[in-house]
Write a new protein. Structure first.
Length: 552
């Protein structure tokens, strides 16, 4: 090779190393240039790994495909590791006679070799090896030429690796920046929602509080001379506002429970009809006051669903109270429940009310969202009901949809998985024996229970209770504890120890709301404990739940 060619090649090598930063291309070019300048049978470039502990072949020439078969060397291991660790150029006359060579394949063993550490001014980056199959040692001129290439290559590899690392880092930074921007946008949105929520909340709290404070002040300080009827109205107002506040707080708590994933459903199998009737009883006065016809249709009559009954009723209550609220005097509201297929319960709550414009169909399910119409402004509301309703339904694995036309009315329809359609035939679990000596308590409990479809029988003392429980089949005994003659706990123990009556569940009903009384009642054999005074809605709900649990 004449001098001009050599100078040309060296020039190209120099240019390449300053112009291109692609690691693999640079190395391939260097290997080719090296084997053009200095004749050899194989040339290999090894790169030192990130930890600076082992050297792996990255490229070979001319057998480019065989790079994977080239051994990896720990620093200090084999001739490559040896030369690299000592930062020394090694020219081997005959590899087969050098003990530093690792696992030499004798059939194709290289003979004369040149091993050069690749070092940039900063660090060791790898090694370059050149081998001949014959014993023809590399001359000092050849070594000098290779040294020029090796120096250039080391700098170029170092730069390329830095460049690679930088590119990765830049990509990571860009990704982190993107992530930060996303989090920032989320935080902004949360903070906006929070401010909106607080503004809404304080407004919603202020309205009923204003009424409570205003009316109670009038009453407390006798600010206005009031007729008896007006005093009653003031009290009525305070009571309604208090109830509204409680509803608001409960809704907010429920929503935050759902949000935090802490809303637990307590599943029961129950008759859809019973749940609808119970809600109907509570809501009937609202519809009657507005002269709204409220109809109920449950098909089949004994349709059962597995769901959280109190939440199911809350959903119905929310939808029905909205339907009544947004329907003019004399209109119609209906509930229709049916079994869509063998797996789905479908409940529609419809009205002939004001209807909802299409652009609000999705938004009314957002917290505090209310359609800003004359009707909405006239009626009470928190804007939380539908949002809560939808989430409760979704928690059950169901969906809630709306069809509505302004001026015609709205139909909210929800689907719930039935979790196995069940119908019962014959026996209904609703016969209750009430053992209670106090007349007004007896009357209240009887009225509430009969009004909700239970059959109630009465015993006025322990003796009569024992006698009746033994002579007729009951599904549940409600047992007052303080009874004349034999007290309720003794009667309970006697019924529980008699095989004829031991399976009847007994619920203690008592004014002794002291801690320890409950344990005492449970120890005597009671399945539950209800303290007096009873809260009507809750009372019915608990009795229904006990009966359903016992029945299943
Ligand atoms: P609230 O009834 O307490 O205002 P909701 O979340 O239950 O809150 O309902 C949100 C809004 O959706 C209501 O304020 C009303 O504008 C609209 N809406 C709900 N149900 C009906 C309905 N049956 N007919 C007309 N508008 C309704």
């Amino acid at each position: 090779m004449d001098d001009k060619v050599i100078v040309d090649l060296l020039g190209q090598v120099g240019n390449l190393f300053t112009s291109s930063l692609e690691l693999k291309e640079t190395i391939d070019f260097m290997l080719k240039a090296a084997s053009d300048l200095v004749s050899c049978d194989a040339a290999t470039v090894f790169l030192l790994d990130e930890n600076g502990t082992s050297l792996s072949a990255i490229a070979t020439f001319p057998f480019t495909e065989s790079v994977a078969q080239v051994a990896t060397f720990e620093l200090g291991e084999g001739i490559v590791g040896w030369a690299s660790q000592r930062r020394k150029v090694v020219s081997v006359v005959d590899a087969t006679k050098d003990s530093r060579f690792k696992n030499l394949p004798m059939a194709h063993a290289p003979r004369s070799c040149l091993v050069m550490p690749l070092q940039s001014p900063q660090r060791l980056v790898g090694a370059l090896t050149m081998a001949r199959r014959e014993v023809r040692p590399f001359t000092s001129v050849e070594q000098a030429l290779m040294q020029v290439i090796a120096n250039q290559a080391a700098i170029s590899i170092d730069n390329a690796r830095l460049h690679e690392r930088q590119t990765v880092q830049l990509a990571q930074i860009a990704e982190q920046k993107h992530e930060l921007e996303r989090s920032y946008a989320q935080i902004n949105e949360i903070s906006r929602l929070k401010s909106e929520f607080l503004a809404n909340m304080s407004h919603e709290l202020r309205t009923p509080l204003n009424a409570i404070l205003g009316f109670s002040e009038i009453l407390k300080d006798n600010l206005v001379a009031l007729e008896e009827e007006q005093r009653h109205e003031c009290l009525e107002n305070i009571h309604t506002s208090g109830k509204h506040l409680l509803e608001l707080v409960n809704d907010v708590l429920d929503l935050s429970k759902i949000e935090a994933g802490r809303m637990e459903l307590s599943y029961d199998d129950f008759f859809v009809n019973n749940a609808v009737r119970e809600v109907h009883n509570v809501i009937r006065s609202l519809s009657e006051r507005r002269d709204i016809e409220l109809s109920i249709e449950v098909e089949p009559h004994d349709l059962m669903v597995r769901a959280d009954k109190s939440k199911f009723k809350q959903v119905l209550y929310n939808l029905l109270s909205n339907a009544i609220k947004f329907t003019a005097q004399g209109g119609k509201v209906w509930v229709a429940a049916r079994c869509d297929d063998s797996e789905t319960l479908c409940v529609s709550v419809g009205d002939t009310g004001v209807g909802i414009p299409p652009e609000h169909h999705e938004r009314i399910f957002n917290e505090f969202y209310q359609v800003d119409s004359a009707t909405t402004r006239q009626v009470e509301g928190t804007g939380l009901g539908l949002s809560l309703t939808r989430r409760i339904i979704e928690l059950h694995g169901g969906t809630l949809k709306l069809e509505s036309q302004v001026g015609t009315g709205s139909v909210f329809t929800f689907n719930l998985p039935l979790a196995g359609l069940q119908t019962t035939n014959g026996h209904r679990h609703n016969r209750i024996l009430l053992v209670e000596d106090n007349r007004s308590n007896r009357e209240l409990a009887t009225m509430v229970l009969s009004g909700n479809g239970f059959e109630v029988d009465i015993a006025v003392d322990g003796n009569e209770g024992l006698h009746k429980a033994r002579s007729a089949p009951y599904d549940l005994v409600l047992m007052d504890i303080e009874l004349p003659g034999i007290d309720g706990l003794t009667v309970t123990r006697m019924l529980k120890s008699d095989p004829k009556t031991s399976s009847i569940p007994i619920i203690a009903l008592t004014a002794n709301a002291m801690k320890g009384n409950e344990q005492e009642a449970l120890a005597a054999g009671c399945s539950g404990y209800i303290s007096k005074p009873i809260e009507v809605a809750n009372f019915v709900q608990r009795i229904a739940t006990y009966l359903e649990t016992e029945a299943s």
